[in-house]
Design a protein around this ligand. Structure first.
Ligand SMILES: NC(=O)c1ccc[n+]([C@@H]2O[C@H](COP(=O)([O-])OP(=O)(O)OC[C@H]3O[C@@H](n4cnc5c(N)ncnc54)[C@H](OP(=O)(O)O)[C@@H]3O)[C@@H](O)[C@H]2O)c1
Length: 258
């Protein structure tokens, strides 16, 4: 899986998402993160096809939404997603949130899809350590990914250490805290040293922490900007400075309350 990709939450279905996906692929993105909940899977598939890059070179993630959870309903949701995307397999399929009383059977449906070769990898999203612990007791295919809110204001140290020990790759959603981190003085100051924007500093910090990152943008300029992070390296001192910004603050819901 590429360590960097495009997120498309809140990107309108139709021309907007088609254009964003096509632009991203043109400038080198090879991973797109969507979900049935985003209601733009058709456009994502269309954008991938219009890019002219062979499907097998693009990594496509989708997710089963909360009201689709349960064993049989997840299998049905998967068929709908794949039909909308116009694909015959997914690279990664995730349980979007750990819906209480449902997420284990939902994950067992993902295992079936994996064993049948319909998805190339399976994982979870928004799982705390206790959700992962209970899942690992019941599953036969370990989740490869846990996609969670992760940015300099929410570094989730305990969860990150647990995932590293269990060999579950952490992936960051809302890496830019939906834009709220871009005026943070420390990030501006660090960026000035390297000639980079606060967004580029955060995304580079993700990569150097071995966390997969999927910033969302619909602007061609910012899609390019966000990908221009492989030509500099943050010093250990600057990495620590950014780590020090953590205030355990979420822009989205806490999985225990959602
Ligand atoms: N699993 C989950 O539960 C979950 C939850 C939330 C998100 N996600 C995934 O994670 C992806 C990213 O998270 P997100 O979309 O919530 O937020 P984000 O990527 O942290 O921030 C996106 C916001 O920042 C702006 N932006 C992007 N690049 C910028 C730049 N270089 N300079 C200034 N502003 C910039 C975007 O506006 P413009 O579009 O105008 O550039 C948009 O308003 C989502 O799209 C989705 O795929 C998953």
């Amino acid at each position: 899986m590429p360590g960097f990709g495009l997120g498309v939450y809140k990107v309108d279905e139709g021309d907007t998402v088609i254009r964003a996906v096509r632009t991203a692929i043109e400038v080198g993105y090879r991973s797109i993160d969507t979900a049935s909940f985003y209601n733009n899977e058709r456009g994502v598939g269309q954008g991938v096809r219009e890019s002219g890059i062979p499907r097998e070179e693009i990594f496509i993630t989708s997710k089963v939404w909360n009201d689709e959870q349960g064993y049989e309903s997840t299998l049905r949701a998967f068929e709908q997603s794949i039909e909308k995307l116009g694909l015959d397999y997914l690279d990664l399929y995730l349980v979007h949130w750990p819906v209480s009383g449902k997420y284990i059977e939902t994950y067992l449906a993902l295992e079936k899809l994996y064993k049948e070769g319909r998805v190339r990898a399976i994982g979870v999203s928004n799982f705390h350590v206790h959700h992962l612990e209970s899942l690992l007791k019941d599953c036969s295919v370990k989740p490869v990914i846990n996609q969670v809110e992760y940015h300099p204001h929410l570094t989730q140290k305990e969860l990150k250490n647990y995932c590293e020990r269990e060999n579950i790759q952490l992936e960051s959603w809302s890496p830019l805290k939906r834009g709220k981190l871009l005026t943070e003085p420390t990030l501006i100051e660090v960026g000035q040293k390297y000639g980079k924007s606060p967004a580029q500093v955060i995304l580079r910090w993700n990569i150097q922490h071995n966390v997969i990152t999927i910033p969302k943008s619909t602007s061609a300029e910012r899609i390019k900007e966000n990908a221009t992070i492989f030509d500099f390296v943050l010093s250990d001192e600057d990495m620590k400075k950014i780590d020090g910004l953590n205030i355990n603050d979420r822009s989205g819901s806490n999985p225990d309350d959602f």
